[in-house]
Design a protein around this ligand. Structure first.
Ligand SMILES: [Cu+2]
Length: 101
């Protein structure tokens, strides 16, 4: 059984215009929350719950939680490197990277 505090794979590389789907295969809740300073300047912020900023996502964590068996997806239109994390489990190292070519 996979570690329940890990994004797998931790780093993905995709083409511009492709969509990443995060499916919660664990039995606890998680978020997908972009680091506000790790999104390319010309790209849209993303976070489960649909927040427009990291601050908003952190202020309303419960609205961004992805339940077991549920998924969150985001389409990446701009090339660059995007860093994100799970708010409840960041301290456990639950972080990931999307590279868009
Ligand atoms: Cu988590």
């Amino acid at each position: 059984m996979p570690d329940s505090h890990t994004f797998a794979p931790k780093t993905v590389t995709i083409e511009s215009g492709e969509t990443v789907i995060w499916t919660n295969e664990s039995d606890i809740q998680h978020t997908v929350t972009a680091y506000g300073d790790e999104v390319p300047n010309d790209a849209a912020y993303f976070a489960s719950g649909g927040f427009g900023s990291e601050r908003a996502a952190r202020n309303r964590i419960s609205e961004g939680l992805i339940a077991p068996g549920e998924a969150y997806e985001h389409q990446f239109d701009r090339p660059g490197t995007y860093g994100y994390y799970c708010i409840p489990h960041e301290s456990s190292g639950m972080v990931g990277t999307v590279r868009v070519e």
